[in-house]
Design a protein around this ligand. Structure first.
Ligand SMILES: Cc1cc2nc3c(=O)[nH]c(=O)nc-3n(C[C@H](O)[C@H](O)[C@H](O)COP(=O)(O)O)c2cc1C
Length: 200
């Protein structure tokens, strides 16, 4: 009898601790506008219409930004293949870590942390706000980590243009508040944030 309770207890505990993990769709890796048209259209958007992002688009966006496109290599380059970049996603209910290998969003902290992003006029109507974090304990150098953040940003710009979404790279955020919201350790640095949303 006691053993039964223990198993039920463990199952409940597992359900509670994993309740908020968001399983992502497999990235589609196809379609979109031709590259030359996408590059021709790339631009920054700062005004969004509040609308949800369909699950497939969210999965594809994250994969484009920092997913794996070969066994253990990513869609963006990093110096010496250190893969120091981490991607976090801020949704209305909290912040999540993009675990690209497992293809899930892992909850980091529940709550509304939008203020930490700064420029709420830009960020609050975006469907998602991406946060690029460099792990300087892995990076060949801080400069190279910033370069990698730029690569992620451009991938996001190009995907957004391809899908009729809007986006803008943003360097003006509250570093201390974001560091706390993401529960970052000392060697991890927020480098860039990027809202992605619907423009009509
Ligand atoms: C590193 C970086 C930081 C930026 N920070 C901000 C920002 O904090 N807020 C903002 O509205 N735009 C920001 N931008 C977007 C630029 O203002 C924008 O790219 C520039 O005006 C050129 O416009 P375009 O992207 O449409 O070509 C940033 C761009 C970069 C590359």
């Amino acid at each position: 009898m006691k053993k039964g309770f223990l198993i039920i207890g463990l199952l409940c505990f597992t359900a509670v601790t994993h309740a908020q993990e968001i399983k992502l769709n497999a990235p589609s890796k196809k379609g979109g506008k031709p590259l030359m048209e996408v590059v021709n259209g790339r631009h920054s958007e700062r005004s969004f219409v509040k609308k949800e992002m369909p699950a497939q688009i969210l999965s594809d966006l994250l994969w484009v930004a920092n997913g794996f496109n070969r066994n253990d290599k990513r869609t963006v380059p990093t110096a010496q293949d250190r893969q120091e970049m981490e991607l976090y996603v801020m949704l209305d209910d909290g912040v999540y870590f993009y675990d690209a290998k497992a293809n899930v969003l892992k909850p980091v902290q529940k709550g509304n942390f939008r203020k930490a992003l700064g420029q709420e006029n830009i960020t609050s109507n975006a469907a998602v706000n991406l946060i690029m974090v460099g792990d300087l304990s892995k990076a060949a150098s801080r400069e190279y980590a910033y370069f990698a953040a730029g690569c992620i940003s451009q991938n996001v710009y190009l995907y957004a243009e391809s899908k009729g979404l809007g986006t803008v790279a943003r360097g003006s955020f509250n570093r201390d508040e974001l560091t706390k919201a993401l529960k970052l350790s000392e060697k991890k640095e927020v480098m860039l944030v990027q809202p992605v949303g619907w423009i009509k």
